[in-house]
Design a protein around this ligand. Structure first.
Ligand SMILES: [Zn+2]
Length: 256
């Protein structure tokens, strides 16, 4: 009999926990936790077989076999239709690029096989490795350090700021400035100045889908290190040039 009484007493004294508190504890921080790994943000995966990526249909790009994160692509499609209704034709010129793809771009420039947009041959004109990397990084990221790895960033219409300064290019750019944010898209590399003191030069063509990339930027800020940039020509200059701080995080404040 004393055992039964004790059991009843304990049962009465137990205070039930509100159910909502239990649910809150198991909720993930955001929907993109599987993307927040060093392998992913440094581009060590194949966009063609990534379960969260989709092929960009030919309507939206002049390239074949290029990919984007599904949500970024879905929102781009809505932006494309809105632009089209305003008489503007958005064309994706580049989207997800993995480490190996970025390495092929970088090493073509590093070796002089591809001349830089300034007309400089990086191999023959610039002997000091850090100076050479810095010149290439006016417009190109080191493999492992590109936002194009993330499947959230796109290049639109022309790799040329001048195109966006007059005529149909200016109409397109002005439309993006006024409307792209409604679809989650923001210009990453705005003019250098007090708001963006370091990093790549201005790129009027490069836009990011912030609802996902803001988490990847935060993850990169917390975990990325220059010493993780390796496996390509000139990688030894990454620490000296503070690539993570100056370039990966050298973005417009609106993209955080
Ligand atoms: Zn770009």
């Amino acid at each position: 009999m004393p055992i039964v009484l004790l059991a009843c007493k304990q049962a009465i004294e137990v205070t039930p926990q509100p159910k909502s508190e239990v649910i809150t504890q198991v909720e993930p921080q955001n929907n993109y936790n599987t993307l927040q790994t060093i392998n992913f943000i440094t581009g060590n995966f194949n966009p063609a077989s990534h379960p969260e990526f989709d092929l960009i249909p030919g309507l939206y790009t002049n390239k074949s076999g290029i990919y984007l994160h599904k949500e970024a692509l879905d929102s781009f499609k809505e932006m494309y239709e809105a632009a089209k209704a305003a008489g503007i034709n958005l064309i994706i010129k580049s989207a997800a690029r993995n480490f190996n793809y970025q390495k092929s771009i970088w090493e073509a420039k590093w070796s002089g096989a591809r001349t830089l947009s300034s007309g400089i041959n990086a191999q023959t004109d610039i002997k000091d490795p850090a100076d050479r990397a810095k010149e290439i990084m006016k417009y190109s990221a080191m493999p492992g350090a590109s936002r194009h790895h993330w499947g959230t960033d796109i290049d639109l219409n022309a790799f040329d700021n001048a195109y966006f300064s007059s005529g149909e290019g200016k109409v397109l750019y002005d439309w993006l400035l006024a409307n792209a944010s409604k679809y989650g898209y923001y210009q990453v590399y705005t003019p250098k100045g007090s708001e963006r003191p370091s990093g790549y030069e201005e790129e009027k063509w490069h836009w990011t889908y912030k609802p996902i990339s803001k988490y990847l930027t935060a993850y990169a800020k917390a975990t990325m290190k220059d010493s993780l940039l390796s496996g390509f020509s000139g990688s030894e200059t990454a620490s000296q040039l503070k690539v993570t701080e100056q370039y990966i995080l050298g973005i417009h404040p609106s993209c955080h």
